[in-house]
Design a protein around this ligand. Structure first.
Ligand SMILES: [Zn+2]
Length: 468
């Protein structure tokens, strides 16, 4: 039984989807004015891992994640470069896909763009105005937060705390237009020269919070199963999404709220664009194996802080290498394996898979899940070192390794084509040595070394693995 920690109730709850065997899930996507940094990637990877595990359990997952393609940052970037807001969006959406593909994140079922949903956003706001949950003020439209009786529940704040928090913004231009300091913008009047759309309140553009309420309910229904995002989005963004959506539909918006922890750098400082201490995925994948980066991001529990450092990246590389080496060594033994079966090996694999599920069913506890993956690695290593290897149990181990590690986004089969090529070179080297043609065997050894291949001569023949 899968349990998920629900931010709303602050408890681990049994997961029951609305539609049996199907999960409707929404994750707040990026504002596309720059390359994504490791903090963004952590959230993307965390929810990709959640999705992969749900699919492993047999659920069909409808996964929606938006692109915020109009806001102050987008306008600023377009002005800085002297191009249009849609041009900025197109460029960084393309880069976003390149980056997530590199770290093996599955594409969302739908990636809606805010600017493709302006009529729906206007209709949603009109509805809130009609219900007196929103009001127009000097061309802006604000949400009457105090009127929504559950306001503050997600972030566990009462009205006094919210008012005190809002008082920090007393000098903002928007502040004077609000009837109440805790109200927030649904529609923003366009400043001269800014990108704009016509609306019943004059020319302007949507606020950030409203787009998620509109696009999530449009594609997933008034009530859906899981809503995810970074923990910095709990307040105000998700609080506001709830207020908007529930005021409009009269239904519960989301059954399970999930929030991932921050990425920290040295001294526990949060990585963020505003602090200027961020590393983009675009830059990092040029010097770090993207698979290592993916494994680093997915191998810490999603709610815990993740410390970004060279030594932690190296640890991830070493662990990933152990998994890949065990996999490749056992695969190597398939050549010449017997037709026997081995009930004991199969039973051990089933136990490991069961324990892995128990770990992951506890709010996606990947740390304990990894312990089971390393039990599988030990089993693979021991079996690969045994005198005779049988094909059926070896394949059972190999398949379990692929299945469990793929939930963390690892592609063990990725080296297939390269494997064939390397194996051919290794065989040629063996033949050259047997023929005492040491010039050829040395040349092949050096070529393999340049490819990062480590050779190991064993009684069963030459084994190899790739040194990451
Ligand atoms: Zn959102």
């Amino acid at each position: 039984m899968l349990k998920i920690f629900n931010t709303m109730t602050r408890e681990k709850e049994e997961f029951k989807p609305i539609i049996p065997n199907e999960v409707h899930m929404y994750v707040c996507g990026p504002t596309v004015y720059n390359y994504i940094h490791i903090g963004n990637a952590r959230s993307i990877v965390a929810f990709d891992t959640v999705r992969r595990y749900l699919e492993f359990l047999g659920y069909k997952v409808k996964f929606v994640s938006n692109f915020t393609d109009v806001d102050d940052k987008m306008i600023k970037e377009a002005n800085r470069e002297g191009i249009t807001v849609p041009e900025v969006a197109d460029r960084f959406i393309k880069a976003f896909y390149e980056d997530i593909d590199a770290i093996n994140v599955q594409r969302a079922t739908i990636n809606p763009r805010a600017t493709d949903n302006i009529p729906e956003i206007i209709d949603f706001i009109k509805d809130l105005v009609a219900k007196d949950y929103a009001y127009e003020s000097q061309g802006d439209v604000f949400y009457r937060a105090r009127k929504f009786k559950h306001y503050g529940e997600l972030s566990d704040q009462n009205i006094d705390q919210l008012v005190e928090g809002a008082s920090e913004h007393v000098g903002d231009a928007e502040f004077a237009k609000k009837q109440d300091p805790i109200d927030f913008a649904l529609w923003k009047k366009a400043k001269p020269g800014e990108i704009k759309w016509d609306s019943p309140w004059g020319e302007g553009r949507p606020g950030w919070h409203i787009e998620c309420s509109v696009m999530s309910t449009k594609y997933l229904g008034d009530t859906f199963d899981i809503h995810g995002g970074g923990q910095d989005l709990e307040f105000p963004h998700h609080e506001n999404e709830i207020a908007q959506s529930e005021a409009k539909t009269g239904q519960k918006f989301v059954n399970y709220w999930m929030h991932n922890g921050f990425v920290t750098v040295e001294n526990n400082e949060k990585m963020s664009k505003s602090l200027g201490n961020f590393v983009t995925v675009h830059d990092l994948v040029k010097k770090t194996d993207p698979q290592v980066l993916r494994f680093f991001l997915s191998s810490t529990h999603y709610r815990r802080p993740l410390e970004y450092s060279q030594s932690n990246l190296q640890k991830a590389a070493d662990n990933l290498n152990k998994i890949k080496t065990a996999y490749n060594n056992l695969k190597f033994r398939l050549d010449g394996a017997t037709d026997d079966d081995d009930a004991d090996i199969k039973a051990q694999v089933i136990k490991i898979e069961t324990d892995f599920k128990t770990a992951m069913n506890d709010d996606f506890n990947v740390q304990n899940g990894l312990t089971e993956i390393f039990n599988l690695v030990s089993l693979a290593n021991n079996y690969a070192a045994s005198e005779t290897v049988a094909e059926i149990p070896a394949n059972v181990i190999l398949k379990a390794m692929v299945d469990l590690t793929s939930i963390l986004g690892v592609k063990l089969d990725d080296q297939k084509d390269l494997s064939d090529e390397i194996q051919k070179m290794v065989d040629e080297r063996d033949q050259a040595r047997a023929d005492k043609d040491f010039a050829t065997s040395d040349k092949l050894r050096d070529q393999l070394k340049d490819m990062g291949v480590i050779l190991e001569d064993t009684p069963q023949g030459t084994r190899w693995h790739i040194n990451d």
